[in-house]
Design a protein. Structure first.
Lengths: 412, 306, 287
């Protein structure tokens, strides 16, 4: 018995020694790695092909590339000790498949062991990777994801950050404008609303119905259509029959473009013409043959913000085309915040997350950008084309941003 | 059971045990790879269960896969998980029965197109239902599963699928199937109830496919029709089974494993040229081994002997 | 009511235009071309580049791209399809082989387009002018699609049923095994049919690009629409493709107007599946 005990004791001791040795070796290699670190690896998986590629290619990927180019041209990411490290990028194509994006993030985290993982495009894909980002401890700066549940998600995954607001935010800001217009007697109380039967469209329309109705509007036409729809002659026809002064379409770019073309053909020009994703793309005026004045959508920029103008010029110069007027600037701001966080606290993931949620940053959005409850709230919710620019607007009589100009003039 | 089968079983058993232990030793990423691979091995084997002997090329894989995933998304907060899986299997089975009864008299390319249309119809209908009836497009699945838990479930399902496939191949039923594959008319004259056999196979195969979708769903947290009814799943399954050889028990496995690893390697090494390489590879497969890898190996062996 | 008929026919014209090429490829050359939609997309991008970079009018682009579509498809047939046709023991085997090979082709075309143009949306505006048809205002570019599909369809019917050359093509379609006994060069006939189909894909692409937003990976959508029309109309039947195309356009429009726009595609697939069960050989197919 005694023998057994001593045997056991010796066993434990030996194990402990081994463990300590192993630990110290790990620590040593870790120390070496930290000293010899000559770069920062940034990884991301994004839809380069498949149905999601169009959105990712407009809003997310160019900003990742722009940011990396800029940082590396300036000598690399600044570290707390003043040194600078260049960024090395590992980019995968998730081919618009949820299983691929999940596996790509697993690969980035446990195989490539990158320092930072940037998020994919889209609400669904950001949610698909959120549990993994949390599990591996990476701060998750969910950029291109509109969701009303952000305040739940930050509780579930406390290293997640949400930069694009929720449907209710966009809709309530828009409703405010409508109410002011109705009081000014410029529009009637009827709304014709269509939406794409996909995550984005449904999320917004779900928020819009109660918001419009609570404000005393009558949603006279309210239909959704499948994402593959390409012809809107009949839908616009029926919407026109509703005799509403306000037309709202929560759509993706192909629909937004097709709707614009069809509305021109049918001379359908209600006083308020509000479209979804795509109306804030710089290419949009070309698609509408120039007559975009008065068209409204989500997003918008402040034309007097010099930082933002500089960013747009830089985007055009380095990417070769303009940035969109909604998501791009938010994604870029999230990257600037990340950059400044690393400069303050280094590459420790938990420290980065802590600083992101409590720090104040200077970004294209303004010199004092802050997150509230891990969410960016300083977002422009409603935009309108005015004099060839898609500017952030608010209702008549309110201060702050530029005032909305309604009714929309007829098509040229 | 003769000696050879026993050896086969022992070998397969050891392999399964090793595979089951793997996630404890390897990184999360490789567990993810094993997971995806097992998923496709199961899909391809289940697909071949029906399409191999009947030579019906089905593109309805994703219809069943998606229905399985959606069932989990809808029911995961209402009832315990095992019951959810049971429901998914039941729904898949009923759907397969209905589809099978109405379509199995179609043949050739008409069946191919029909099954593709079916997958789209199911997707459109689910979207419409969610948008207009339940008012929820995206659904969340918060089940406490990590990659390895899902992997273990898939592995178990794969084993079951292989056992079913093996048992069918050995039974009298299997002999009837062989006759069916060779010549349907002759088989019918020889007293084989062709329609009933086809239907039975279709139901078994579709139920397994539904379960694969159900088991894999918790991995994506967020479900919407465009995510779970992704037609790529149907195409990948088809190609893997055909590459290995849909007429043989091990054919789909032999096709799925290398293809899956190849896709993985391509997306790591050539993320920007994935499509081109994949396409060229496809064309090459058709030209070099039209009857699948196993048949090619057989050919080579025979060629060596003579 | 009348406006829905007009809108439906205009929409259906696009479907018919897209489907005719595929039905000829499938019916006469016996190649089930899954890469068909990607050929259309390639033509879309070609038109886009010609228009936005070289300021070439899309109608002029037709004169360049249609012959180009013919030549490229001819080459594809010579290189990829001919060996398959030669080795296939029966029609079923050729069907499976052609599905697999053109599936590969689909990815190759898509990959090349992705490498050249990226995954983003492409769209421009041309001929987006209102035209009044029986009191309904429709877009000029969409009307062009309808007119072109009727004109090309009419021409094809005349060629197939009134000329010797057309008779040869039909003979190959009906009896590929016995046609050579009558001194018909089946290989050449099939190649010509496949190339004509390619030229029609190019036509469809040029016209579609005028009003539709497209991406490098959107080809599958067109292939599927075209396939449905082809199967509905009966494989190889040009009049069938036109009638089925127009029918689908009408179904979509009427469902959107009177039922729910959300169910348009579900209705299309439902009509398709039911018809397939009732008449497996299509509206104009022979039982």
């Amino acid at each position: 018995m005694k023998n057994l005990f001593s045997e056991g004791g010796r066993m434990t001791r030996r194990l402990t020694t081994c463990a300590i040795a192993a630990l110290s070796i790990t620590a040593a290699t870790h120390g070496v790695a930290a000293q010899e670190r000559d770069k920062v690896t940034v990884g991301y998986a994004i839809s380069k092909s498949g149905p999601n590629a169009g959105g990712a290619d407009m809003t997310v990927t160019p900003n990742y590339e722009l940011w990396v180019k800029e940082v590396n041209a300036a000598g690399g990411l600044k570290m707390p000790d003043g040194s600078q490290l260049p960024i090395e990028v590992i980019a995968y194509d998730d081919r618009s498949s949820a299983e691929e994006v999940v596996r790509a993030v697993e690969r980035l985290a446990s195989q490539d062991k990158v320092d930072i993982i940037l998020p994919p495009w889209g609400t669904g894909f950001n949610l698909a990777v959120a549990p993994l980002m949390a599990k591996f401890g990476y701060p998750h700066l969910a950029g291109a994801a509109v969701t009303d549940k952000a305040s739940d998600f930050v509780k579930r995954w406390d290293t997640s950050f949400w930069f694009m607001g929720g449907s209710e935010d966009y809709v309530s800001a828009f409703t405010e404008i409508l109410v002011a217009e109705r009081e000014a007697g410029r529009i009637n109380d009827k709304i014709a609303m269509i939406s794409v039967a996909d995550g984005f469209g449904i999320d917004l329309v779900k928020a819009a119905r109660p918001s419009f109705e609570a404000a005393g509007f009558d949603v006279a036409y309210d239909k959704s259509f499948p994402p593959e729809t390409s012809d809107f002659a009949t839908i616009l026809n029926e919407a026109g029959n509703a005799e509403a002064d306000t037309f709202v379409a929560f759509t993706y770019p192909p629909h937004t473009f097709a709707l614009t073309k069809q509305a021109k053909i049918a001379s359908y020009s209600p006083p308020v013409f509000y479209l979804g994703v795509g109306a804030a793309f710089p290419v949009y005026p070309k698609i509408a043959d120039g007559s975009v004045e008065g068209i409204m959508s989500l997003g918008g920029v402040d034309p007097n913000n010099e930082l933002n103008n500089a960013y747009r010029a830089k985007h055009e110069e380095l990417v070769g085309r303009g940035a969109d007027y909604w998501g791009s600037v938010l994604i870029y701001a999230s990257l600037q915040m990340l950059e400044q966080t690393i400069e303050r606290v280094g590459l420790d993931k938990a420290e980065i997350a802590k600083e992101l949620s409590s720090g104040t940053f200077s970004t294209v959005l303004g010199s004092e950008t802050q997150l509230e409850d891990n969410q960016l709230r300083a977002i422009n919710w409603v935009g309108q084309w005015q004099d060839g620019k898609f500017v952030a607007v608010s209702s008549e009589g309110s201060d702050g941003t530029i005032q909305v100009k309604l009714p929309k003039p007829d098509w040229e | 059971m003769n000696m050879k089968t026993l050896h086969g079983f022992a070998l397969a058993g050891v392999a399964v045990v090793l595979l089951a232990c793997a996630p404890l030793l390897i990184s999360d990423y490789w567990t993810g790879v094993l997971l995806g691979m097992t998923g496709y091995v199961t899909l391809a084997t289940a697909w071949a269960l029906f399409s191999g002997p009947t030579r019906y090329i089905s593109l309805a894989t994703v219809a069943f896969f998606g229905v399985g995933a959606y069932t989990v998304a809808v029911l995961n907060e209402v009832m315990p998980y095992p019951l959810v899986l049971l429901c998914a299997a039941g729904i898949g089975m009923i759907m397969a029965l209905m589809v099978g009864l109405s379509t199995l008299r179609l043949a050739g390319v008409y069946f191919v197109i029909f099954t593709f249309g079916l997958a789209e119809l199911v997707r459109q209908t689910v979207s419409w239902w969610e948008v207009n009836v339940t008012y929820t497009m995206g659904r969340y699945i918060f089940l406490p599963f990590e990659g390895r838990h899902i992997y273990w479930q898939l592995l178990a399902l794969a084993v079951v699928t292989f056992l079913i496939s093996w048992a069918i191949g050995r039974s009298r039923f299997g002999l009837a199937l062989k006759a069916l594959g060779d010549d349907e008319t002759v088989a019918a004259h020889a007293g084989v109830d062709v329609t009933r056999i086809k239907l039975l196979l279709f139901v078994i195969s579709s139920t397994i496919i539904t379960l694969v979708g159900a088991i894999q769903a918790p991995r994506w947290t967020y479900i919407e029709p465009s995510i779970v009814f992704n037609p790529t799943v149907s195409f990948m399954t088809l190609i893997m089974a055909l590459l290995g050889g849909a007429m043989r028990l091990w054919g789909p496995l032999v096709g799925a494993v290398p293809l899956f690893l190849l896709f993985e390697w391509l997306s790591v090494s050539f993320p920007d040229h994935f499509s081109i390489i994949l396409g060229l590879l496809f064309i090459l497969i058709v030209f070099v081994m039209p009857n699948g890898v196993l048949a090619k190996i057989d050919d080579l062996r025979k060629g060596g002997r003579t | 009511m009348l406006e829905h008929v007009v809108n439906g026919l205009v929409l259906g014209g696009t479907y018919a235009l897209v489907a005719m090429g595929l039905t000829i490829q499938y019916g006469i050359a016996r190649i089930m071309n899954l890469g068909f939609g990607d050929m259309i997309i390639a033509a879309c991008f070609a038109t886009y580049v010609l228009f936005t970079t070289f300021a070439i009018n899309p109608l002029v682009a037709l004169l360049i791209l249609v012959p180009a579509g013919y030549v490229v498809s001819d080459l594809i047939y010579r290189i990829l399809m001919k060996p398959l046709v030669a080795r296939a023991p029966d029609e079923g085997a050729l069907e499976v082989d052609s599905i697999l090979v053109t599936f590969g082709l689909l990815f190759v075309i898509q990959g090349v387009l992705l490498a050249l143009f990226g995954g983003g949306y492409a769209s421009y505006s041309f001929l987006n002018t209102p035209v009044n048809v029986l009191g309904t205002v429709v877009a000029g570019n969409r009307l062009l699609a309808l007119v072109l599909s009727l004109a090309i369809g009419g021409a094809m019917v005349v060629i197939l049923f009134r000329t010797r050359w057309g008779m040869v093509l039909r003979a190959v379609a009906l009896a590929p095994k016995s046609a050579p006994l009558f001194g018909i060069d089946t290989d050449r006939a099939a190649r010509t049919a496949f190339a004509i189909g390619g030229a029609m894909a190019a036509t469809g692409g040029v016209v579609l690009s005028m009003f539709q937003t497209f991406t490098a990976t959107a080809g599958v959508v067109f292939t599927m629409k075209a396939l449905i029309v082809v199967i509905l109309g009966g494989k190889g039947s040009v009049p069938g493709a036109i009638v089925a195309g127009l029918l689908l356009g009408l179904v979509e429009t009427f469902v959107a107007a009177y039922v729910d726009p959300g169910l348009t595609l579900a209705a299309v697939y439902a009509v398709f599946l039911v018809l397939l069960l009732v008449r497996p050989n299509g509206l104009f197919g022979k039982a």
